[in-house]
Design a protein around this ligand. Structure first.
Ligand code: SF4
Ligand code: SF4
Length: 192
């Protein structure tokens, strides 16, 4: 069988076999690169690789380029791409898979995105909501040794937001911890 007679997926070979990426690849296996997902995505303007390009990178097994990109971290789970994909692909779920793989730390990835997600989840787990000042304190504690000027970049914006009452310095009320829900999810994952 020559290359023209094969289906596109038959001759797409990952650059390096990567089992963590396999479940993502399965979700986008029949992508026809029409670009509807990119055209539908409200965050595409800020992504370094468009969603369409990201799916191509997944099919090609380009792990380094995928996890160095901020694309999946900027996905806000709005489901626009999933609703409009002509192949009916579970694209929002695929973005979530990439977030999980990056959070597991197997691929390095963008340090700032990983630190932000981790601080976000810690705050949600502990207070039952995101407490902005504690989130930023945790984030900056991780990032400042790598980027010493980062706190100065955020300080002006932070002061303005405090003055306008957009963020609070008060500790959230006790008793809203989501630790039980997080523990339940962890036990469900262990049972998979
Ligand atoms: S909309 Fe669907 S088929 Fe089109 S590029 Fe995006 S993932 Fe591929
Ligand atoms: S779910 Fe994510 S990738 Fe899809 S359109 Fe929304 S923000 Fe973009």
């Amino acid at each position: 069988m020559n290359r023209k007679q094969q289906t596109p997926q038959a001759w797409i070979r990952p650059e390096q076999p990567d089992t963590a990426l396999e479940r993502v690849r399965e979700k986008v296996r029949t992508c026809i690169q029409c670009g509807t997902c990119t055209g539908s995505c409200p965050n595409a303007f800020a992504m370094d690789a468009t969603p369409r390009k990201l799916w191509r990178l997944v099919l090609m097994g380009q792990s380094r380029e995928i996890f160095e990109s901020r694309t999946f971290a900027l996905c806000s789970d709005c489901y626009c791409c999933t609703l409009r994909c002509p192949r009916g692909l579970a694209l929002t779920d695929a973005m979530a898979d990439l977030k999980q793989i990056a959070a597991a730390g197997k691929h390095g990835g963008d340090a700032a995105c990983t630190a932000f997600y981790s601080a976000f989840l810690q705050s949600a787990r502990r207070y039952g909501r995101v407490q902005e000042t504690r989130l930023m304190a945790r984030y900056l504690a991780v990032m400042t040794p790598r980027r010493p000027l980062m706190p100065f970049r955020f300080s002006g914006l932070g002061m303005q937001m405090i003055k306008k009452g957009k963020i609070s310095l008060r500790r959230p009320p006790a008793g809203r911890s989501l630790k039980g829900i997080f523990a339940r999810i962890e036990s469900m994952k262990d049972g998979q």
